[in-house]
Design a protein around this ligand. Structure first.
Ligand code: 5AD
Ligand code: FES
Length: 362
């Protein structure tokens, strides 16, 4: 990792201090502080991204993931271009402002062409009105460029963990952390707004690891953060961890990670991950009060949702897009937050990065 980016030890120490605020009182303080930073930097408006999980066909074997290639117990599916466009039109008509396309990772030409073609069609909706984020794993710089030229302007690629040993264990494909970090650099060079994140509470992951993760986000000048708790999936090699899994502890750690990230990174977008709601009924709303400002409601047709389970206990499997819309709107408004309808909701950090004069002096 050294070759990619230099981590600032002072940032690691500060992050560690924040993450260690684990008693009920200290955590409440931490969340208040993070919420204050959120109000000062990105404000109380929650932006929505309609999430289309368009295929669970995956060429990789990440140990934690329910749609890993070796899991023969999940039926494989892919949406047609028309089905994706239906979801995109619904997202536009319901004023979500932005769309996220996510799928299992594939690197073959047919897939790359399909995504490119679909992106061009999506950009025709409302004359390019929809913001488009993609989350399609590790690809070559050329592929990232083609998809950017076709209309995607944000990319989510979680680094998963910046601990190289843990990374290597969890990713048996022979791919390493450095390669993944290089993808983030390539994405930024191409011109994307770049999002990354980690899983929180992985086996053997320490508070030091998480503190270094935050310092990595900072050193990479990341625009968007998507991260959530690790949750064991029953059809993966990590299934046995379910026995000792403590949802309460995992949830609290995830919230502290979100809060510490907000305090240190300030003006980035941070998603309230769906996995938080798998652990606690009001998980996503609680994250909004601990620094998150983005929610990604699922807009995939209900019949496909059950087959896209990366972790157990995923919410919203039987609901449709309309039900999730009403449900989430109520959840957000119940927190006293407002919803930024019909807007892209770019992170101020991105504007400041491409136009440094806009960077707030601190
Ligand atoms: N628990 C929590 N998050 C998971 N992801 C994959 N499997 C799990 C799991 N078991 C996350 C990874 C990936 C994102 C799409 O989903 O961080 O990048
Ligand atoms: Fe899907 Fe609440 S967000 S049911």
């Amino acid at each position: 990792m050294k070759h990619i980016v230099e981590i600032d030890k002072k940032v690691v120490a500060r992050a560690k201090q924040l993450l260690a605020m684990d008693s009920a009182d200290a955590a409440a303080d931490l969340f208040r502080q993070a919420y204050g930073v959120k109000l000062d930097t990105v404000g109380p408006t929650v932006y929505l991204r309609g999430l289309v999980e368009f295929s669970n066909i995956c060429s990789r074997n990440c140990l934690y993931c329910g749609i890993r290639k070796s899991n023969r117990n999940t039926p494989r599916f892919r949406l047609s271009k028309e089905e994706i466009l239906d979801a995109a039109r619904w997202t536009y008509q319901n004023q979500y402002g932005s769309l996220v396309l996510q799928s299992g990772e594939r690197n073959d030409d047919e897939f790359i062409d399909f995504v490119e073609d679909t992106l061009r069609e999506i950009k025709k909706i409302g004359g390019g009105a929809l913001g488009v984020t993609i989350s399609l794993g590790e690809q070559t710089r050329e592929t990232y460029q083609r998809w950017f030229d076709a209309g995607a302007h944000r990319y989510l690629l979680r680094i998963e963990t910046t601990n190289p040993t843990l990374y290597a264990i969890l990713h048996p494909d022979g791919d390493n952390l450095e390669k993944r970090a290089r993808c983030l650099t390539a994405l930024r060079d191409v011109g994307y707004q770049v999002g990354t994140g980690v899983m929180i509470g992985l086996p053997e992951q320490t508070i030091d690891d998480l503190a270094r993760d935050i310092a990595f986000f900072k050193a990479m000048d990341i625009d968007m953060i998507g991260m959530g708790p690790f949750i064991p999936h029953h059809d993966t090699p990590l299934a046995d961890l379910a026995e000792s899994f403590d949802p309460e502890k995992q949830f609290n750690l995830a919230l502290r990670m979100i809060a510490a990230t907000r305090i240190i990174l300030e003006d980035v977008n941070i998603a309230a991950a769906t996995a938080l709601q798998a652990l606690k009924e009001d998980g996503r709303e609680r994250a909004l009060k601990a620094g998150a400002n983005i929610i990604m409601p699922n807009v995939t047709a209900t019949k496909y949702r059950r087959a896209y389970q990366l972790y157990d206990n995923k919410p919203c499997l039987d609901e449709n897009s309309n039900q999730c819309k009403t449900c989430l709107a109520n959840r957000i408004l119940s927190q006293g937050e407002s919803i930024g309808l019909g807007q892209w909701g770019d992170a101020p950090h991105f504007a400041a990065r491409v136009n440094p004069e806009k960077r707030k002096l601190s």
